[in-house]
Design a protein around this ligand. Structure first.
Ligand code: GDP
Ligand code: MG
Length: 697
């Protein structure tokens, strides 16, 4: 089943996967090996030398981190069976500030590799992404990396996968040798040792007899493997219970079934940097992770009938695809698309269901980091980049115009940090706004707005690193000359009680009398992440043509925020009543009265200010523990859990973002550079009274 150019291969031999992990676990290093061993790259790229192909933005190469997820396609032949596969891999960043990249990738992937550091084990961000993958029900295999490092312990990582992730890890390999003496893996299915030749950068893989020194341990772990997977395959179960020979293929089939059912996570071991363990990992991707056809169907919303339907994942269905990423590109902006049903051909017209506009697919590309191969057609199961979509953004569904179905878009968190940007000239302001629009289109966790009163431009994002990257993009890529303020906490506000407000618009404009009266009710609603606006006015009260301007007036006022300039959340707004007079109704009257009625209701309230509260995980050597805890106690932190791992103390809990601004530097000085912190938005909570007072001055 080889690929012909211009076409993609059969769905059973496609794997759409992502690599998810904590920052620095070795995702990019592993991906570079995948490119090298699959023959796509003829030289090994290294993160540390800034030559990793996957990290191709200048910003990424300088910092040695991955920011945008790049889709890469590789062909892989499983050497045992000579079966050829087509693996679409999405490299995702580990830093929480770029969590949206992970979220949207998980929405479209069928399976994932979780990479864990052999020393650090299950770190904060690995936990977050693992749980995200739980939520999207993505089957996973785990790769315990960095086993060449001092202090690495494969078995401890298995334990922490169990205790911290609630996972059911099943080791398919155990390491042969440890730390400096790490040599390769013991394959528990075949019961042979696997080694990787240093002279070919690990490209030559050999298997050999089980070394005597590890034989007992290998038997013990093979037993655990069989015990862990026997229940998933009847053939295996009976031969296992009878104590007879078990066939390797039966074991593999059972592992596959258990993995697809999300009942187990197979675990492999290696050291990507030392070129060990990556080829068996690729074999495992093909052997155990789902093909698109294994997913069988997706649930979508049929817009014509208003019903939820199950769409089978097959080429022969009507076209259905999801845009999960967009990126500016000099050759025409790219939309990354996952196709769920039917085919997508160059030149075809599709319906953007979300926006109800038709779009033309001009070109289709198979992406390899920043290079590409043009296709005539892509099919159900494929992940490709499309040129030609003008209006489509992340989360939009593309469908056959006669069969519109909307797929659930990925969810993105609220921003927690903001900063002001001041262009140096009018011309810069225009260019800046252009750039901000572009960036907001490509990055769903980046927002910007222009302050109603001051005209000041404010951008907001997920964290300090996120805004830093945005700032550099603006100054460097978009070449905008602007002064950038210091990052600040992005506060929100809400209300304490229900209120009503009324406004009457009554005025002569251009010789015509305009009239509208509107009454609005506001109520607290803890579940409303974004404000909900409901219209109870009927067409008997006010002709239908004035409803959109009325709703727009109210919604606009809600969106422009409260008197402190903070966006309002956790609120429900109802337009309870409106009055219309014959010959005196006009859009402007209803828009203005609607906005003012909302403002009047809000005025009756003392605003309650909300601040972002972060979940944190701090790792410090034991000797600094006391100092760090003391410091945290003065920052309104709630420590919920402490843990000892080797000689590292781990603290977990919640803390207001305002208290840990720039904390990395403080932690460094408290621990002589040996402590690390990971922060992640958790919720919005009311600020204490004394903090609230400060805003009223
Ligand atoms: P990512 O943030 O998950 O993409 O991690 P990277 O691939 O950028 O790796 C982070 C750091 O760990 C880099 O300095 C790598 O050279 C190093 N690294 C990656 N894999 C290994 C490994 O197997 N052993 C050792 N000792 N270092 C590794
Ligand atoms: Mg990386």
């Amino acid at each position: 089943m080889t690929r012909k150019s211009g076409k993609t291969s059969s769905s059973s031999h496609i794997r759409n996967i992502g690599i998810i992990a904590h920052i620095d676990a070795g995702k990019t290093t592993t991906t570079e090996r995948i490119l090298f061993y699959s023959g796509i790259e003829h030289r090994l790229g290294e993160v540390d030398e800034g030559t990793a192909k996957m990290d191709w933005m200048p910003e990424e190469q300088e910092r040695g981190i991955t920011i945008t997820s790049a889709a890469t396609t590789v062909d892989w032949t499983v050497s045992r069976s000579s079966a050829k596969y087509h693996i679409n891999n999405i490299d995702t960043p580990g830093h929480v500030d770029f969590t949206a990249e992970v979220e949207r990738s998980l929405r479209v992937l069928d399976g994932a590799i979780g990479v864990f550091c052999g020393v650090g084990g299950v770190e904060a961000q690995s936990e977050t992404v693992w749980r995200q993958a739980d939520r999207y029900r993505v089957p996973r295999i785990a790769f315990v990396n960095k086993l060449d490092r001092v202090g690495a312990d494969f078995y401890r990582v298995l334990d922490s996968m169990r205790s911290r992730l609630g996972a059911n890890p099943v080791a398919l390999q155990i390491p042969w040798g440890a730390e400096k003496g790490f040599r390769g893996a013991i394959d528990l299915i075949e019961m042979r040792a696997v080694t990787f030749d240093e002279n070919t950068f690990g490209a030559t893989v050999s298997t050999e007899e089980m070394p005597e020194a590890v034989e007992d341990r290998a038997r013990e772990w093979r037993e655990k493997l069989l015990e862990g997977v026997a229940e998933f395959d009847d053939g295996l179960l009976s031969s296992y219970l009878e104590g007879g020979q078990v066939a390797a293929d039966d074991v593999r089939r059972a592992i596959r079934k258990g993995t697809l059912a999300l009942a187990i996570s197979p675990v492999l071991c290696g050291s990507a940097l030392r070129n060990k363990g990556v080829q068996p990992l690729l074999d495992a991707v093909c052997d155990f992770l789902p093909a698109p056809e294994d997913i069988r169907f997706v649930t979508g919303h049929q817009t014509k009938t208003g019903k939820d339907v199950e769409v089978p994942l097959t080429d022969s269905g009507h076209t259905l695809a999801l845009v999960f990423k967009s990126a500016s590109d000099p050759h025409g902006d790219l939309s990354y698309v996952r196709i769920y049903s039917g085919t997508l051909a160059a030149g075809a017209q599709v319906l953007n269901v979300e926006k109800d506009v038709r779009e033309r697919v001009q070109k289709i590309f198979l992406m390899h980091a920043n290079e590409r191969r043009q296709l005539k057609e892509a099919r159900a199961g494929d992940i490709v980049a499309v040129v030609g979509l003008k209006k489509s953004t992340t989360g939009d569904s593309l469908a056959d115009p006669r069969h519109p179905i909307r797929l659930e878009p990925p969810r993105f968190p609220n921003t927690v940090i903001s900063m002001a940007i001041e262009p140096r000239s009018i011309a810069d302001r225009d260019r800046l706004i252009d750039a901000l629009e572009k960036m907001a289109r490509d990055d769903p966790t980046f927002r910007w707005k222009s302050d109603r009163e001051t005209g000041q431009l404010v951008v907001s994002g997920m964290g300090e690193l996120h805004l830093e990257v945005i700032k550099n993009l603006l100054l460097r890529e978009f070449k905008v000359d602007a002064r950038v303020g210091k990052p600040r906490v992005a506060y929100r506000q809400t209300i304490r009680s229900a209120q009503e407000g009324e406004s009457i618009f009554e005025r002569q404009i251009g010789g015509k009398q305009h009239f509208a009266r509107v009454r609005v009710r506001i109520e607290p609603d803890p579940d409303a992440e974004v404000p909900v606006v409901k219209n109870e006015v009927t067409k008997v009260d006010v002709p239908l043509e004035f409803h959109p301007p009325l709703i727009e007036g109210v919604t606009g006022a809600v969106e422009s925020g409260g008197d402190l300039g903070f966006p309002i959340i956790k609120i429900r707004v109802t337009i309870v009543e409106a009055e219309f007079r014959q010959n005196e109704g006009s859009p402007i009257a209803f828009t203005t009265a609607g906005a003012e009625a909302f403002a009047r209701a809000l005025e009756k309230e003392e605003p309650r200010i909300l601040e972002p509260v972060m979940r944190f995980e701090v790792q410090v050597p034991d000797e600094y523990y006391g100092g760090v805890v003391n410091d945290f106690n003065q920052r309104r932190a709630i420590v919920q859990e402490t843990d000892l791992q080797g000689d590292l103390r781990i603290l977990r809990g919640t803390v207001p973002l305002a208290e840990v601004f720039g904390y990395t530097t403080i932690l460094r000085s408290l621990t002589q550079g040996r402590g690390t912190i990971s922060l992640e938005p958790e919720s919005y909570a009311p600020v204490p009274v004394e903090v609230e007072e400060r805003f009223r001055l």
